[in-house]
Design a binder for this molecule. Structure first.
Ligand SMILES: [Zn+2]
Ligand SMILES: [Zn+2]
Length: 495
């Protein structure tokens, strides 16, 4: 494969993508404090172009239409959420009954379903059970060594040392690895124990029917209510369950964690790890002994919390990313995670002086491209952003389907005066569809479909890059001035 999909570092990292929490957001208005805003509104407002206004309107409209809370009644949503939550409480409780060492003291609710950022359907829930018996009496978190690989050094990783005599011999054997007279918790061992107990618990749940270990990545089968399966591997740092819920088939990430030392600036921390190989780091310990800090309750300020208009943009970008995946014929299209999109937005927010969120949309496109020329974009080169909680951590943005679709929307919305196609699209996406359905629907020769056919071309071009056997298609789309000269172009090319 060419460098577009090349690995970014020598080894497979545990990306913090779906692990770090999103928060319940306070009522903030505008992208920056209101004092500055008043001045800027009078000063800059006249400079807002029609292109920017159209993008801003699109963001307002799309974020409302995509927000799961505007698509289901509160009663239906709450019934669905209770079903998922109650079953997870029971599951985690059973695990603790089978082995009290692995009991959890709390099941933290995390992720988009709890932070008001879920789009389309309530089909993803995230929980962090906190293991009760790995606490300050039994374990101690130490910073990783200076000799660690760059991926771990100074990026908020730690070893979890087991205090002498704190665990029974049986639990020491099961959960730790021994290095130079110290015992450190090993996630491969600990999680293999947890996996056995999760499966045993699922087999004995009264309210659920366990249908086995499945490959969740390569299927999107719909489950009957109460059917539940577990993914064959880890999902980042989490166990990945899939359950038939009252409203839809729902994915659940269960990220078992251990209380860590609080960070001075970021507050309380949990340690998480989803390593599945036992290879060794330069420091001499296996990767499975390098635990990652995850912030659970960071300070509420503009550095860590999105403003209201940036929240709208977040939902809009998630909608586009979702749509690109739905239209793709690949089973595993190149999709930016919600966490990465949020980090790009938070990074943007730190310097945002926009009066209209349309300008923010343009800046986000700038940030996920390498091109400086916003009017003639080329999509091929990998780019990265930083985690705002741990700035030394790098998040890669080389996700072609999402990046190409986001760029296409920016051009299409800003350079098209007639917005009939947007309303048509929002109507069509009220229900989920297969790529085949989209092909058929868009082959109808009506005016509003013409724009959406271009989007389909963008997605298919990215599909063609996914496997070498299908060849590498190229695509160039152009938008024109009234006199017919080229105003903007988007080139998709595999290099
Ligand atoms: Zn190391
Ligand atoms: Zn902004």
């Amino acid at each position: 494969m060419g460098n577009f999909f090349a690995s970014n570092h020598n080894r497979k990292p545990v990306l913090p993508e779906r692990v770090l929490p999103e928060h319940v957001l306070p009522e903030l208005t505008g992208p920056y404090p209101s004092v500055i805003k008043t001045e800027l509104v009078t000063e800059v407002n006249s400079d807002v172009t029609d292109e920017v206004k159209r993008l801003g309107d699109f963001v307002h409209l799309t974020s409302k239409a995509a927000d799961v809370r505007n698509r289901y009644t509160p009663a239906k949503l709450s019934k669905h959420t209770s079903f998922i939550e109650n079953n997870m409480q029971t599951l985690v409780g059973k695990v603790g009954e089978y082995d009290s060492m692995l009991s959890s003291k709390e099941l933290l609710r995390r992720g988009s379903s709890y932070s008001g950022t879920k789009v389309m359907r309530p089909d993803e829930y995230d929980y962090m059970p906190i293991l009760a018996n790995f606490n300050t009496n039994t374990v101690e978190v130490e910073d990783v060594a200076d000799t660690c690989y760059d991926w771990y050094r100074d990026k908020g990783y730690g070893y979890i040392k087991v205090k002498p005599g704190a665990l029974s011999i049986r639990h020491n054997m099961k959960n730790t690895r021994y290095n130079r007279f110290k015992k450190y918790l090993c996630s491969v061992k600990l999680f293999s124990e947890l996996r056995k107990l999760i499966i045993k618990s699922l087999q004995h749940m009264d309210t659920l029917t366990f249908i086995g270990v499945r490959d969740h990545e390569n299927t999107n089968a719909q489950y009957k209510r109460g059917e539940i399966s577990i993914h064959r591997g880890m999902h980042g740092t989490s166990f990945w369950l899939r359950v038939g819920g009252p409203l839809c088939t729902t994915d659940i990430d269960l990220c078992f964690s251990i209380e860590g030392n609080p960070t001075e600036q970021l507050g309380p921390c949990l340690m998480v790890n989803g390593e599945t190989d036992k290879d060794k780091c330069e420091c001499g310990y296996s990767y499975s002994q390098h635990w990652m800090k995850s912030v659970i309750n960071p300070p509420v300020n503009t550095k860590y919390v999105l403003s209201e208009s940036h929240m709208e943009l977040f939902l809009t970008l998630k909608y586009i990313t979702h749509l690109a995946s739905e239209m793709s014929h690949e089973t595993d299209p190149e999709t930016l995670s919600s966490y990465t999109v949020k980090m790009v937005l938070l990074t943007h927010q730190q310097t945002c002086k926009a009066v209209n969120v349309g300008e923010c949309f343009m800046d986000i496109v700038r940030r996920i491209r390498n091109d400086k020329d916003i009017n003639n974009l080329h999509i091929y080169s990998p780019k990265y952003t930083h985690d705002v909680f741990f700035p030394e951590r790098v998040l890669y943005l080389h996700k072609s389907h999402s990046r190409a679709a986001i760029a296409w929307f920016m051009f299409q919305v800003s350079h098209t005066e007639d917005d009939g196609w947007i309303h048509k699209l929002l109507r069509l996406t009220q229900e989920p569809h297969t790529p085949k359905w989209w092909d058929k629907q868009l082959s109808k020769n009506d005016r509003d479909s013409r724009q959406l056919r271009d989007l389909m071309k963008v997605i298919k071009t990215c599909d063609s890059w996914h496997y070498e056997s299908s060849g590498y298609d190229q695509l160039r789309l152009e938008w024109y001035h009234r006199d017919g000269s080229v105003k903007a172009s988007l080139t998709l090319e595999y290099k």
